[in-house]
Write a protein that binds this ligand. Structure first.
Ligand SMILES: *[C@@H]1O[C@H](CO)[C@@H](O)[C@H](O)[C@H]1NC(C)=O
Ligand SMILES: *[C@@H]1O[C@H](CO)[C@@H](O)[C@H](O)[C@H]1NC(C)=O
Ligand SMILES: *[C@@H]1O[C@H](CO)[C@@H](O)[C@H](O)[C@H]1NC(C)=O
Ligand SMILES: *[C@@H]1O[C@H](CO)[C@@H](O)[C@H](O)[C@H]1NC(C)=O
Ligand SMILES: *[C@@H]1O[C@H](CO)[C@@H](O)[C@H](O)[C@H]1NC(C)=O
Ligand SMILES: *[C@@H]1O[C@H](CO)[C@@H](O)[C@H](O)[C@H]1NC(C)=O
Ligand SMILES: *[C@@H]1O[C@H](CO)[C@@H](O)[C@H](O)[C@H]1NC(C)=O
Ligand SMILES: *[C@@H]1O[C@H](CO)[C@@H](O)[C@H](O)[C@H]1NC(C)=O
Ligand SMILES: *[C@@H]1O[C@H](CO)[C@@H](O)[C@H](O)[C@H]1NC(C)=O
Length: 474
């Protein structure tokens, strides 16, 4: 369960915004750029749904093929031009059993399979640049004058092994991948780059990473995995050496069958123990943020379940008094909707609102949205409503064109424009009022209805003790 949650949060698409000067030589030959590692040759193309020409550079290595469970190492410069013409492998994904729920998740989030498959050798990124230098042009259907970079990073046991044999600050190798690549898990990068951040603004959709730290740093999953693979018996002097020699497919499959969650440890380098304390002390990257959440984030987490008491018990450490208070406070019917509403607040609305409020209170320009509409052609299942992820096809402009409504297209254009406006000039905002006003996007068929902060997350006070225990704040 928790691993599934963690995967969702980390996978949420986020943007760090910085500047780059396109230096492509636009002529009939293939586009070419020179980076630290050498020359890179791409292709000029049109992306699906777009009318504008784009130079794309695919699968550029930003590190050498990684040693399993070790931080990334910068690539050795290449001598002949790197042909960045096809996607590199994706990192290995974990889809836990049982079979039925595993297949559903794969169908939702891993179909079709990545073009170059999954491999441990996955530290590559893709760059999309407007083909015409200088003049502002559309890069993808959803964004205007912005170079898009999409890096891979290691996840699950390959990214967050938490082996006691590794120094604490070298255990979150997935975060080190992100640092060397320069993007992803944006809130965490904001929190851990107080000086000279390599970005000038951040957009965080549906969450922040701070809440999902392993509060005790206990290596529970690592121990279970090494035991299951007999490393503890065969290599008592180094379970790490043993696990480095096991076939990656077997590691993946064992973690999936045992449903082992691998989460980052709080090392105070790549991940803070008390992130909101750091934010309130202004000991973070001093950048504007755009953050927000969806109205029914948790429907895909609670699908098929309706007993809030039973669901919350393992999450809230069997605190029956607190669980009763929560259930009594939410008076939503039927029970499945109530459970989804509780989880939406607990895991998304409240943490993201606290981050936004703290960012604003610390004097960083802060804008917030509340995505509050759903469309028939992006519904995953009946009752999914405004589920986690459902804004992404709208922001990226990748929603199915089949059965798309005029309103869906208009909202997509509006959100793309807001995101791009913010990216171009972060201190100017996305085009609506800063906190404590929030843009309610799509409510009642209206693109943007300005609301007050106190309109959402009224029940957040209930979760304070839980957040505190996790170390969300000190
Ligand atoms: C681990 O050891 C047990 C008992 O000796 C054996 O049944 C099992 O197949 C071994 N597992 C692996 C992955 O080697
Ligand atoms: C390997 O795992 C076993 C069982 O958890 C433990 O007793 C042993 O200390 C570990 N070895 C090292 C070097 O950490
Ligand atoms: C790992 O195991 C998989 C599945 O059994 C197999 O296809 C693959 O060839 C193995 N890889 C190596 C490097 O042995
Ligand atoms: C991280 O910092 C907190 C105080 O903010 C401290 O309590 C904790 O022990 C530190 N952890 C490590 C691993 O240094
Ligand atoms: C919900 O779960 C609790 C505890 O797990 C149980 O006592 C209760 O009977 C369940 N409620 C329903 C309606 O099944
Ligand atoms: C909650 O209670 C269950 C059943 O009594 C127990 O197995 C579990 O360890 C408890 N969890 C916590 C976090 O206390
Ligand atoms: C579009 O609508 C038709 C008719 O309702 C339906 O059969 C089809 O599955 C829909 N396609 C999508 C992508 O929603
Ligand atoms: C979200 O949309 C629903 C249905 O249109 C509306 O009743 C509700 O007030 C909206 N919520 C917010 C916070 O805008
Ligand atoms: C954020 O601040 C606003 C304005 O003070 C407040 O109404 C709201 O409850 C706060 N949100 C949370 C989650 O504390």
């Amino acid at each position: 369960m928790m691993n599934w949650l963690w995967r969702l949060f980390v996978a949420t698409i986020l943007f760090a915004v910085s500047d780059a000067t396109p230096s492509s030589i636009a002529c009939s030959s293939a586009p070419t750029v020179t980076i630290d590692s050498g020359e890179v040759v791409g292709t000029t193309t049109k992306l699906a749904g777009a009318t504008i020409t784009v130079d794309q550079y695919l699968g550029i290595p930003f590190a050498v093929s990684p040693t399993r469970f070790a931080p990334p190492v910068k690539p050795t410069p290449w001598k002949s031009p790197y042909q960045a013409t096809k996607y590199g492998p994706a990192c290995i994904q974990q889809f836990n059993y049982l079979e039925a729920s595993r297949n559903t998740l794969i169908a939702w989030f891993n179909t079709p399979l990545p073009p170059a498959g999954e491999n441990e050798d996955c530290l590559n990124l893709n760059v999309y640049v407007p083909a015409t230098p200088g003049k502002i042009k559309t890069v993808m259907t959803w964004i205007y004058d912005i170079i898009i970079v999409t890096p891979n990073y290691r996840a699950n046991v390959f990214g967050f092994p938490n082996s006691p044999e590794l120094p604490l600050a070298k255990r979150n190798v997935g975060f080190w991948d992100q640092r060397i690549a320069g993007a992803a898990s944006i809130d965490n990068l904001v929190l851990t780059h107080p000086k000279d951040p390599p970005f000038r603004a951040a957009i965080m959709e549906s969450g922040q990473s701070s809440l999902y730290v392993n509060p005790t740093n206990a290596p529970t999953s690592w121990l279970a995995l090494t035991a299951a693979l007999n490393c503890t018996q065969t290599h008592p002097h180094s379970n790490l050496t043993c696990l480095r020699s096991v076939n990656a497919s077997i590691i993946k499959s064992t973690a999936e069958h045992l449903t082992l969650p691998f989460r980052p440890v709080a090392d105070n380098v790549t991940m803070h123990r008390y992130p909101e304390k750091a934010r309130l002390n202004r000991d973070i990257a001093p950048v504007p943020i755009l953050t927000g959440m969806n109205a029914n984030e948790a429907t895909i987490i609670t699908l098929g379940q309706s007993n809030a008491t039973a669901f919350l018990a393992p999450v809230l450490g069997n605190d029956t008094a607190l669980i009763q208070e929560i259930v009594d406070t939410y008076t939503i019917t039927p029970p499945a909707r109530e459970l989804a509403a509780i989880l939406t607040d607990l895991l998304f609305t409240c943490p993201a609102s606290i981050v936004a409020n703290d960012s604003h209170a610390s004097g960083f320009p802060t804008w917030q949205y509340y995505f509050n509409t759903s469309f028939p052609n992006t519904q995953l299942f009946p009752g999914a409503e405004v589920y986690h992820y459902s804004e992404i096809p709208i922001v990226w402009g990748t929603y199915p064109r089949e059965n798309a409504t005029a309103y869906e297209k208009a909202l997509s254009r509006y959100m793309q424009s807001a995101w791009a406006t913010f990216a171009r000039n972060p201190t100017g905002g996305p085009g609506w009022e800063a906190l404590h006003r929030i843009a309610s996007l799509g409510s009642g068929g209206i693109l943007n209805t300005p609301i007050d902060s106190d309109m959402i997350g009224r029940n957040c006070f209930l979760f304070g003790p839980y957040y505190k225990e996790l170390g969300f704040f000190a």
